[in-house]
Design a binder for this molecule. Sequence first.
Ligand SMILES: Nc1ncnc2c1ncn2[C@@H]1O[C@H](COP(=O)(O)OP(=O)(O)OP(=O)(O)O)[C@@H](O)[C@H]1O
Length: 249
Amino acid sequence: MSVILAVEGLSVQFGALRAVQDVSFQALAGKITAVIGPNGAGKSSLFNLISGAIRPSAGTVRFEGREVTGLPPHRMLTAGLSRSFQITNLFFELPVRENLRLAAQYLEQGQGLLRPLSRGAVAAQRVQELLVQFDLTGKADEVAGFLSHGEQRRLEIAVALASRPRMLLLDEPTQGMSHADTRDTEVLIRRLARKEGLAILLVEHDVDLVMDLSDHVVVMHQGQKLAEGPPAAVRANAAVQAAYFGEAH
Ligand SMILES: Nc1ncnc2c1ncn2[C@@H]1O[C@H](COP(=O)(O)OP(=O)(O)OP(=O)(O)O)[C@@H](O)[C@H]1O
């Protein structure tokens, strides 16, 4: 299995606070990697460093062997690395179809982003695929703001995948979801990795979900990597139990 994402010695400081300290790990192509840790452990900061939302004070991020450290999110997207935000990035006043179409415009390479939307045949085809794949066909003409919370989160993932990235970063994909929506999202994430070969990195609070879903788990604690490995090994790790499961339950 090939390494798609390699994080090496990543650090960031906010004033005196070392939110992420010298964190290294690798994610494999087509696999689900999760970052977990108690509140304030540095998960979101690590996610933001990897996705380019904030710049590291030290360390590198390599995607498919190419250094992408600190590139702004749109350049990450061009490289094939897409992210879905904890805070939604949907256009609530636009229909589902238009949200997808705007995101799929990336596929209209060389034709300019200002090209009239109706002429973007490649993007239009991608929108159709996504509507079917994400079970949103019946909602295509509804304004995104009127969708249920679960549907909005599903649409966000669809938007993040519109440009056909090879890796998807998910920040707490099931946050605020009902039990049923969480289960659906779990099935969806697994399908994207297993059937479509998408590499997925997720930051998630829900430990049971992470243990169920992930191929590889990275545990953060007080800004540092405490442990990593397959879910069962991480769960059995005494230091992890003391630092994380001990606090969480
Ligand atoms: N932009 C910022 N400026 C200052 N401090 C920050 C900033 N972002 C995060 N921090 C601090 O860095 C530490 C790590 O925060 P971070 O959000 O990365 O942790 P987390 O593991 O994602 O926590 P949570 O699970 O609560 O979201 C915390 O002490 C937080 O208060």
